[in-house]
Structures are given as structure tokens and as C-alpha cells.
Design a binder for this molecule. Structure first.
Ligand code: R5P
Length: 311
């Protein structure tokens, strides 16, 4: 990396930002991200970034201040004459409302894309967007990485003999099929029906799972309702050992208690969002995506292809 690159971190996941900086062998930009006495966010960049290729690392999980921080940092970079601003968003919040599927509801994934562009992003580097079409909500280039290489490497190390990948909803079938193919595993589907925005009911397991070890694969674990209901249904259907894997550990509401009490032996997630719940749930294994994101940043800066990061 050269002196034209500036790497910045918001306060949402400084551990991940430090790891990315270590991978790239550069220091994070000297800046202050603080608060006014009423709580409003205050940003000061303490070094010259005129003409720099700036990468701002900030996942936008709740609270909404994480999003505001990202927007305000981009505005500061724009006004400081950065030559290019890339929003590096390891978790893209508000992504799940991505279409108008009932009357009088917003499309927050598009609203957030508009906000990010208006604040000055010239491009976006994301990790596992909830839906691939969110890339099209932006008029700037979006690279949407997948955590699959990191998760697959961990799963391979487990040496499963008879493995079935289970997608807990129809939206996850494509990813489930890709994992199953790479691992030489079978694919099954849990037929989930959403009863409210934060709750769901499991209807059926589609596919053979009896006697097989299972990995339930999802992009997000929020309340853990989806994944724990799928695990129960799989146990009833005669499945063997059950593990879960998801990129984004949102872990809201009763998630950790549910996971701890469930028949799932291990829950594999990434550090796209910091995990702070080890006292409540000891089954969570956090995999590091800093090299993946760091390598993508390096390649974007040097204008090399990033397609090798998808294998
Ligand atoms: C939904 O479409 C997502 O892929 C996840 O299945 C969902 O966000 C998980 O939510 P929860 O953990 O609250 O069931």
C-alpha cells in the first residue's frame, strides 16, 4: 500500500479496523470521533487527506449513530478534498426492508443507499448484503464480498462425513447450494413463514436429513428465532449433530439465550459486528474477515480484480 491510501475507522468495530490496518501494514488515520454534550456526533480529521484514496470502515448495525458516524465521516472527507471515498460496510444495516411487499411500507435499503451516496461515497465495499439486488440501489460501484471463503475453510477443518447444508428460508437456497457443492454435501430447506417482522413459524423440512450432520446456513442471526426453530425441526426429523453458520451476528433480543438453550452445538459467525455475548452464550465461534476486507481494499486501490476473493 502507498501513501495515497488513507484508512479510517468509525467507532462501531475498531477491533476489525485495527486488524485490517495490520493486514495492510498501514496506520489508521489520525482523527477524533466524539460527541457534543447533547450526543450529536463530532468528527475531526487530524491529517491532510487532500487527493487521498480514502477507505472508511464502519458497519451500520444499531444504534443508528453508527450510520450517522459513517455519513458524517464521509462528509468530512469530501470537504477535506479526498480524491475518492469508499464506504467499507462490513454489515449493511436496514437491508432487510428491501422491497415494497405490502402497502405503506418503506424500502429502507434504498433510503440508506441514497444517504450514503449523498454523503459523498464514490464507491462501496460491502460484505454479504442481505440481498444481491441492493447493489443496484446505488448509482456508484458496489463490491459485495461473501464470507464463504472464511466460513468454508473453518467447516472443512471439521471433517464432517455425512453433511447436509440447510437453508432456513427460500432466500438462502442459492448460497446453501454453493456451500453444498463446495463441501460435497447435500442440501435441504426449512420452509419458513414470517408471522411478523421479527418472528417466524417453521412449517416443514424439505429434503433428507435423518442421520446426517447439519449446518444451518444464514446471512444474519438476529433474534435467532429462525435458526433455533429450524434446529428443533431438524432434530425431530432425525438429524445428527447440528451446527449453524451466519455472516452477521446481529444477536438482538432473546438471541443469545435461545442459542445457548438450543440443540445447536456451535454457532459460527464473523467479526463483521463485534461479539460481546460470550458470558451468555459460549457456543459462538467468531471468524475473522479482516484479511478478506483488507485484500479487497488493497485490490480496489491498485485496480486489480477482486474476483479471486469469491472462490
Ligand atoms: C431473513 O431473511 C434473514 O436471512 C434471516 O433469516 C433473518 O434475519 C434471521 O432473523 P431471526 O434471527 O430474527 O430469526
Amino acid at each position: 500500500m502507498n501513501e495515497l491510501v488513507t484508512l479510517m475507522s468509525g467507532t462501531a468495530n475498531s477491533d476489525l479496523s485495527n486488524k485490517i490496518a495490520d493486514y495492510l501494514g498501514i496506520k489508521l488515520c489520525d482523527m477524533d470521533v466524539g460527541r457534543f454534550s447533547d450526543g450529536e456526533i463530532k468528527v475531526n480529521i487530524n491529517e491532510n487527506i487532500r487527493g487521498k484514496d480514502v477507505f472508511i470502515i464502519q458497519p451500520t448495525f444499531p444504534p443508528a449513530e453508527n450510520m450517522m458516524e459513517l455519513l458524517i465521516m464521509m462528509d468530512a472527507c469530501y470537504r477535506a478534498s479526498a480524491s475518492r471515498i469508499t464506504a467499507v460496510i462490513p454489515y449493511y444495516g436496514y437491508a432487510r426492508q428491501d422491497r415494497k411487499d405490502q402497502p405503506r411500507v418503506p424500502i429502507t435499503a434504498k433510503l440508506v443507499a441514497n444517504l450514503i451516496e449523498t454523503a459523498g461515497a464514490n464507491r462501496v465495499l460491502a460484505l454479504e448484503l442481505h440481498a444481491a439486488q441492493i447493489q443496484g440501489f446505488f448509482d456508484v460501484q458496489v463490491d459485495n464480498l461473501f464470507a464463504a471463503p472464511v466460513i468454508l475453510e473453518y467447516i472443512r477443518g471439521k471433517n464432517f462425513k455425512d453433511l447436509t447444508i440447510v437453508s432456513p428460508d427460500v432466500g438462502g437456497i442459492k448460497m446453501g447450494r454453493a456451500f453444498a457443492k463446495k463441501l460435497g454435501a447435500n442440501l435441504a430447506i426449512a420452509d419458513k413463514r414470517r408471522t411478523a417482522s421479527d418472528s417466524s413459524e417453521l412449517m416443514n423440512i424439505i429434503g433428507e436429513v435423518a442421520g446426517s450432520d447439519i449446518i444451518i446456513l444464514d446471512d444474519i442471526i438476529s433474534t435467532a428465532g429462525t435458526i433455533t426453530q429450524a434446529a428443533e425441526a431438524l432434530k425431530k426429523a432425525g438429524a445428527g449433530r447440528i451446527m449453524a453458520a451466519a455472516t452477521h451476528p446481529v444477536f438482538s433480543g432473546p438471541a443469545l439465550e435461545r442459542l445457548e438453550a438450543s440443540c445447536i452445538e456451535e454457532i459460527v459467525v464473523t467479526n463483521s459486528i463485534p461479539y460481546t455475548g460470550s458470558e451468555k452464550c459460549s457456543k459462538v465461534k467468531v471468524l475473522d474477515v479482516s484479511e478478506l476486507l483488507g485484500e479487497a481494499i488493497r485490490r480496489i486501490h491498485t485496480e486489480e480484480s477482486i474476483s479471486m476473493l469469491f472462490v
